[in-house]
Each structure stands twice: as structure tokens, then as C-alpha cells.
Design a protein around this ligand. Sequence first.
Ligand code: ZN
Length: 180
Amino acid sequence: MPLLEILEFPDPRLRTRAAPVTVFDAALSRLIDDMFETMYAAPGIGLAASQVDVHRRLLVMDVSNDRSEPLVFINPEVVAREEIGVMEEGCLSVPGIYDEVERAQRIRVRAQDRDGKVFERELDGIRAVCLQHEMDHLDGKLFVDYLSSLKRDRIRRKLEKERRDRPAAGRTPAGAALTR
Ligand code: ZN
């Protein structure tokens, strides 16, 4: 399975609003597997399809230390939220940058699994925060949008400079995974 290319801020494709997933087939299942592999290799604890340039409402996460808790959320909706708090966040699309964001620390989410079956699940702490972070990606939103524009501009310049100084990574575009 190939690793997918992860788009990085300020790539305008990260601003795309993702469309609902309507077809639950083998290609979707392969995409999910490739997203897990890409997330684990990065390494990261969450990855939205938007980050690999597939603009569908789908995300994967695993906040465990030993990759024992893979979770897939398709067409997710937060149906309840409580306990606003602050947690430090990072993002595979904003590499090396960490900052504090205020979000609900306890949520109830309704979503579909890879077979299209609807489920509801309660998440708290880092799982709740990670899910909201990934859901923002599906709406074209990044965690740096919660920071001041001064901070965001500084981050953008830093990442652009780092990218100029870095050789291109040998990754496969996400489209290749869908057309295999
Ligand atoms: Zn992210």
C-alpha cells in the first residue's frame, strides 16, 4: 500500500470543503487503509481525507501508543458537546508547529463506518479534541485559524522557507490509490 502525499499549509487545496461519502466500496476501503498507513508512518494520531487531497468527509485516528485503537469516521457529525477546555495541538499539514486551541473536551459523534453502517460514540479528552480537529479539515479549516493572524503569518513564512530548503519527498499522490 502506498503512502499518500500530505498537503501542507498554506496549500489552497486544504481549504476545500469536502463532500459527503456516498459510495461504500472496495476503493473506499483501500483509501482508508492507505490513510492509516500514511498516518502511522508520519507519525500522527489523526488524518482527514482533505489532507491527502481527497475531498470527501472521511477521517481516521488512533491516539493509542501501540496502534491498537484505529477509528474510522465517515460523514461525521457532532451531536453533543460539553466541557470547553484548552489543549495543545499539532497537525501533519502544519509540521513542527504546536499551539493551544479551545474546544469541547467531551463530545458525542454520529458517523458511518467503512461499510456505511451508522454508529454513535462518546469521546473525551484527546480523542474528542482530535476528532474536532480532523472534522475542521473536512470544512477546509486548520488549527492555525484559531491563532492570531500575526502568528499564522509567521508560521506560513517558516513553513515556506523550510519547504524551499527541503528536497521533495517521494510520495504517491492520493489519486493513485483511488484508481488502482
Ligand atoms: Zn490536522
